[in-house]
Design a protein around this ligand. Structure first.
Ligand code: FCB
Length: 431
């Protein structure tokens, strides 16, 4: 059985909007009221974590987690422009202190898909002053929480965010095929990351906060597959890869704007990232199209994938892809890698333990081959609001009964706990 090296911490990840509940200032509340979530569900309940956070932190500690990725909700911390909520800040201080008291290392995300409604009303990530507005928020959060947190994730999945907001219409304000906004928002997020990287380092250094400051972002990396390698298909894959992966690698990790985002080095010389965060879920089949508003390709799942390799959301389970994206990212940058998300929608919990085993197996092989991987955050600690897909997809190690908000530890969570405790990739007992 494979050993899990001590340098790789195992834990779980969540995002505020998906679990906290009770926030009417986020743009996801208005979006859900307007019918943006499947079945007309509301973002308001979440998993009631804002109220139940003490119970949830105890739970993650009892499950042996060594690190925890969470986000702070911008709309709670800054409910009106330039007005800061001392209640929200005190809340996050208490939650993070509790996490640390269990010896769990926190990683805090500053932007995980949601924003205050006022920010969206001003044009969101395509508005003229969005970068400065976001950086003002970052500065305040790091001043207020920076003594408790040394590891930061500036922006979660800028590619998925920009795509689902401006191309696919799934996230508020729901534009479709708006390539101009896709590129503009992506460029602004690059600039926001570069600014936040500097602010976080400077603030923690000036204030003498302890612990090694580490700042990165969470890049969603997908494996793209072609049915046939025709010239059009190759071109389509190149373009999708460029627009979905490369412009973000160049911007966030290398500090470079590359076409079609722009050209040049807006923030001088680096570094721009202390680790690369990878969110990995699936492999996608690309079918080429000549439609620029669809990024020249449609994305789907190969027709021959058997049901047992599909998640409840119909995503292909493709564990070797994790090893491949990790190896490629390590080769490219030689920066520490955090697996900031990896998980499965699996309501019956019949696939999750095997999913974890198989993905970790490929990850450990990549580590054996030299990649420095320091964190694995399983998505997710709890069942949660899966954005526009609502509450039906069940990603939690821990099940949430949405009637009572009671938590039930799933068998796969116990399997994962045993990995955390024994530091060994235990076999999965199939029933
Ligand atoms: C990722 C998101 C995360 C969650 C998972 C399933 O794209 O970052 O919030 O919804 O997908």
């Amino acid at each position: 059985m494979m050993r899990i090296p001590d340098s790789l911490l195992l834990g779980s990840a969540t995002a505020a909007t998906q679990i906290e509940g009770g926030d009417r200032n986020t743009n996801w509340y208005a979006w859900s009221l307007a019918g943006g979530v499947t079945g007309g569900e509301s973002s308001l309940p979440g998993a009631d974590h804002y109220r139940l956070f003490r119970e949830d932190v105890d739970l993650m500690a009892s499950l042996g987690h060594q690190c925890y990725r969470m986000s702070v909700e911008w709309s709670r911390v800054e409910p009106q422009p330039g007005q800061w909520s001392s209640e929200a800040i005190a809340h996050y201080r208490e939650e993070i202190s509790l996490i640390r008291s269990h010896g769990i290392v926190p990683l805090v995300t500053l932007h995980h898909f949601s924003c205050p409604q006022w920010f969206q009303d001003r044009g969101g990530w395509v508005s003229i002053d969005c970068v400065d507005t976001f950086l003002r928020f970052c500065r305040t959060v790091v001043e207020e929480l920076g003594d408790l947190v040394s590891e930061w994730c500036t922006i979660n999945e800028p590619n998925v965010f920009a795509n689902d907001t401006y191309m696919d219409g799934r996230y508020p304000p729901g534009h479709c095929g708006d390539v101009g906004s896709y590129l503009r928002a992506s460029r602004n997020m690059v600039l926001a990351h570069l600014g936040a990287y500097r602010i976080i380092h400077e603030t923690r250094a000036q204030r003498g906060y302890s612990g090694q400051t580490r700042v990165g972002f969470a890049h969603h990396l997908a494996v793209f597959q072609l049915a046939r390698t025709t010239p059009l298909a190759l071109l389509s894959r190149w373009l999708i890869n460029r627009l979905f992966h490369e412009i973000f690698f160049a911007g966030f990790v290398e500090g470079r704007l590359i076409p079609p985002l722009g050209i040049g080095r807006p923030a001088g010389t680096g570094p721009f990232c202390d680790y690369v965060g990878i969110n990995y879920y699936s492999r996608h089949l690309i079918t080429p199209t000549c439609n620029p508003t669809a990024m020249f390709g449609r994305i789907g799942v190969a027709p021959d994938v058997p049901d047992e390799r599909l998640t409840d959301l119909g995503w292909e389970i493709f564990p070797s892809g994790l090893g491949d994206v990790v190896a490629a990212t390590w080769q490219r940058y030689h920066l520490p890698i955090f697996i900031t998300e990896n998980g499965v929608a699996d309501a019956t919990d019949s696939k999750r333990a095997r999913f974890i085993h198989d993905h970790l197996e490929h990850l450990l092989r990549a580590i054996d081959n030299g990649a420095r991987v320091e964190r694995y955050f399983h998505w997710s600690l709890l069942d949660n609001l899966e954005w526009n897909d609502g509450y039906a997809p069940r990603f939690g190690l821990v099940e949430v009964d949405y009637e009572t908000m009671k938590r039930h530890v799933r068998p796969s969570a116990r399997y994962y706990r045993d990995l955390c405790r024994t530091r060994t990739l235990l076999e999965v007992e199939d029933d």
